[in-house]
Design a protein around this ligand. Structure first.
Ligand code: ATP
Ligand code: MG
Length: 654
């Protein structure tokens, strides 16, 4: 058994931390009550945290009724998001670093981009976009590595009112083409190559392949980043850096309505065909900036590092829009956690004196497997707050993060949210809400979580309960629609539980009112009438010292209704055996109870994951059901070859 935190343990921030925090326990209680009692008054006040051109007079105008879903915030206000992230800081922060750029290769010097420089580069790029005919409302697809140009591109689009849609640089030509076509983009911005972990992805080549399936009118702006040779199509391709050098260093910003779209972002595709989530300007920025400041307790002078890629919503809200709207210093990292060695994250924290560090459980688990010595080598004394996002963090990984990275003294914020929500929904505020390992704790301001019975759709009023997680009322960061398909939007999020936004996730609420995400509702299994979240069984398996990672799904079982099928990846050097299989069964039985004992355990050298590191359980379900003929959309899979191995060695061959 690895060392485990006490399941009932509560971790409180230190008195010093609380004394300096933006929000303490008393303030949280008061503000939360106000935010749900009178959202109009609450958000009228907090809507002032950004700069408006025309101030809003209306605050909330939202309807969750199926068939009439309509979400508007600050609807008559006007603003420009790029001006909020750059221009408004020019008087006080022109020479402050806005973005620290840490390249893939640690031998390449890092860049410190000031707000003044950010204004100049963003303006130059905006002028290039204008010169190729991009206008307000046009779509621009961004397919770039984690380089400063990605930030300039986002802010340049926002500046001229174009709608960006970022496609993660690890995606294939097909995935890129689908997204360019779905949003009917006028321009794609790419680079020659994306260096990551010492390897190079041929982005331009991928874009060339993608554009074979798109309209001839799509222009291709290319950043020559590595300088390697690329194929060039004279009428279509434009050297972006060269054009930026020639462009004017200032571009005025356009006045946008609060409800004008800022970006489209396709979800990661863990559960099905990616959906084009639309976020608008005013409400999104208010929510992203407020959550960045309060969830991480960001203070002036801090260095904020979110390790996500800008291709995910986490990168949008917590590398770019939230921090920059707050005048923060945000770190952008081109590389991976294990290059040139498994200490890279911690080396970067020490090098740039990172104050807040925000990453995903998948990264923590993989680093945990490589040993704590990689962390111990580096000076992590600058860290104040640690964050987690993307999936439930199993207590095992929480404990490792707390002990080795946080040295047992830094608050950990486990933030539950979605591409659809724009910003954090359930999260501790570090000076206000004590943490419990594995719980996303309590709602952020304005968020009204409800737990419903999945079968009857009845709201569970009692504090201690379990069911599906819905949200009863709108918050400013909420998505407004799916691009070009408002009907699918309503079907996906408002049809199942009438009057509520349905998250798709299951949860438990404990006696203290804390929320524990138990995984996607699709992932709940029903064994002999007992409902169980797959996350729980996975956590039990991962707690075993020989297990590195586990994924659990249900499969049809003659007697129990559903049986438990576990895919288990063993620690480096551990050999699979029938004895170990028995040992794991007994271990889960002892940890959770006889009902949770896996019926089938398959040794899995690798698990099918999305590019964002999430396990695609729908594929594992198909294999467990012995129905692998149609695996559905696998275009967002990081390594498709693991699927063949799993099919080959499947355990259920009825
Ligand atoms: P798709 O919607 O295309 O299937 P996705 O849901 O993986 O993809 P995201 O919006 O990136 O795309 O992820 C949101 C989901 O991630 C949540 O619905 C939840 O299942 C999970 N999640 C995120 N943060 C947490 C967290 N802190 N604790 C538990 N689960 C989390
Ligand atoms: Mg989702």
């Amino acid at each position: 058994m690895k060392d485990q935190p006490d399941a009932s343990a509560v971790y409180k921030p230190s008195d010093d931390f609380v004394a300096n925090a933006h929000v303490d326990a008393g303030a949280y209680a008061k503000m939360y009550a106000a935010s749900v009692a009178d959202p109009d008054a609450f958000w009228a006040e907090h809507g002032q945290r950004i700069d408006w051109i025309q101030p809003f007079t209306k605050v909330k105008n939202t309807n969750f009724e199926f068939g009439k879903v309509d979400i508007k915030w600050f609807e008559d206000g006007t603003l420009n998001v790029s001006a909020n992230c750059i221009d408004r800081h020019m008087i006080t922060r022109a020479n402050q670093t806005a973005i620290i750029w840490e390249p893939d290769d640690p031998k390449t010097p890092a860049l410190h981009i000031t707000y003044a420089k950010l204004l100049e580069e963003t303006s130059r790029m905006a002028n290039v976009l204008k010169s190729v005919g991009v206008k307000k409302g046009d779509r621009v697809v961004i397919y770039l590595p984690m380089i400063p140009e990605a930030a300039y591109a986002m802010l340049a689009c926002a500046r001229i009112g174009a709608i960006h849609s970022i496609v993660f640089a690890g995606f294939s030509p097909d995935a890129l083409a689908n997204r360019i076509n779905d949003c009917d983009a006028k321009v794609v911005i790419t680079a020659d190559y994306a260096p990551r972990g010492g390897k190079k992805t041929p982005l331009k080549d991928n874009t060339d392949k993608a554009l074979l399936h798109c309209s001839d009118r799509v222009k291709c702006l290319v950043v020559k980043h590595t300088g390697d040779q690329i194929h060039w199509i004279a009428d279509r391709d434009i050297d972006l850096r060269q054009q930026m050098d020639w462009a004017k260093p200032y571009c005025p910003y356009v006045e946008m309505g609060a409800e004008d779209p800022l970006f489209i972002l396709y979800t990661s595709g863990s559960t099905g065909k990616p959906k084009g989530v639309v976020h608008t300007s005013g409400g999104y920025l208010v929510y992203a900036s407020m959550t960045q400041q309060l969830t991480f307790d960001y203070h002036d002078g801090d260095v904020f590092w979110c390790t996500a890629d800008v291709g995910w919503v986490t990168g949008h809200s917590y590398i770019i829009y939230g921090p920059l709207a707050n005048g923060a210093t945000t770190l952008m990292f081109e590389g991976v956690p294990t290059f040139p060695d498994a200490g890279r994250f911690w080396e970067v924290c020490a090098k740039h004196k990172v104050s807040q560090f925000y990453t995903a459980p998948t990264a923590i688990r993989s680093l945990m497997g490589l040993g704590p010595e990689w962390v111990e080598k580096h000076d992590l004394s600058s860290l104040k707050v640690l964050g987690s996002v993307g999936e439930p963090i199993n207590p095992e990984a929480w404990n490792w993060y707390n002990t080795h990275v946080g040295k047992g003294t830094r608050p950990i914020v486990d933030t539950f949210w979605q591409t659809e929500t724009g910003g954090h929904m359930l999260t501790p505020l570090p000076g206000a809400i004590p943490a419990k390992p594995g719980s996303a704790t309590l709602p952020f301001f304005g968020v009204k979580p409800v737990v419903l019975d999945p079968a009857t759709a009845k709201v569970h009023d009692e504090v201690e309960t379990e069911g599906v997680l819905c949200i009863a009322d709108s918050w400013p960061g909420q998505m407004r629609t799916l691009w070009g398909d408002h009907e699918r939007f309503q079907e996906a999020y408002f049809a199942q539980y009438k009057g509520y936004y349905f998250t798709g996730d299951g949860c438990r609420r404990d006696a203290d009112g804390y929320y524990w995400i138990t995984g996607r509702v699709d992932d709940v299994i029903n064994v002999s009438g007992h409902r169980m979240g797959t996350a729980e069984v996975e956590s039990a398996l991962v707690a075993h010292e020989k297990v590195a990672e586990a994924a659990v799904v249900g499969y049809p079982h003659d007697i129990k209704g559903q049986g438990i099928y576990a895919y288990v990846t063993l620690m480096k050097g551990v050999e699979p055996s029938d004895a170990l299989r028995k040992e794991l069964e007994a271990f889960v039985r002892q940890e959770i109870g006889p009902i949770a004992k896996p019926d089938l355990i398959q040794w899995a050298p690798g698990l099918p994951k999305t590019r964002s590191g999430k396990i695609m359980r729908r594929i594992l379900r198909k294999i467990a059901e012995n129905d692998f003929g149609s695996l559905g959309d696998t275009s967002t899979l990081a390594d498709p070859s693991v699927v063949d191995d799993l099919i080959e060695n499947r355990m259920n061959r009825h």
